[in-house]
Design a protein. Structure first.
Length: 181
């Protein structure tokens, strides 16, 4: 992938340390290293000095896994397929290859909302693409095939999620203090 916009940033280039990945993703360094050691996730790469570095897309995956672990109590390995899907969506979004997701009858772009919830077993996370504004979820949506509306859900506003992660990463690249201190 080439540089993003007019910046020298490439989302596939390992440019972020474990500490930076932990800060942006909201996970602890210990959790990230533990997941890597146990081969739960295959993110990060060692640079020529032996330091583990992460790409922006790796950090998107780490954030999804961590958020699902905190909010739904899912195992990191169970969250991995959803995290990979979100990461691929992010890569397409950065390349501007996913315009089909935003074509609507009235011509307005919509935020892509993913509804993350637990499956029938109560442990496995499941992802449902919600076509409309999530705030319009009503009792009529609770029909056949909509059992997910009966369980706790997490709504992931995908493009906003990417924007927040990328904004923090750009601040790191520009040498600004993300915490504002």
């Amino acid at each position: 992938m080439t540089a993003f916009g007019n910046t020298p940033f490439s989302p596939t280039e390992p440019a972020f340390t474990v500490a930076e990945a932990a800060r942006v993703s909201g996970n602890t360094e210990l959790d990230i290293r533990n997941w890597m050691r146990r081969d739960v996730i295959s993110v990060g790469a060692k640079n020529r000095l032996g330091r583990i570095m992460f790409t922006a897309l790796d950090i998107v995956q780490l954030k999804v896994i961590g958020d699902m672990n905190k909010l739904l109590g899912t195992d990191p390995s169970a969250s991995l397929p959803i995290a990979k899907h979100v990461m691929e969506h992010c890569a397409a979004w950065l390349r501007r290859d996913n315009k089909h997701l935003h074509r609507t009858e009235d011509g307005f772009k919509r935020e892509t909302n993913l509804v993350l919830h637990l499956g029938d077993d109560g442990r496995t996370p499941v992802m449902t693409l919600f076509e409309r504004d999530i705030l319009t979820l009503s009792a009529t949506d609770r029909g056949q095939g909509s059992d997910w509306t009966r369980r706790p859900i997490v709504v992931l506003p995908v493009e906003q999620f990417f924007g927040d992660v990328l904004e923090e990463l750009f601040q790191i690249l520009e040498g600004e203090d993300v915490d504002g201190t």
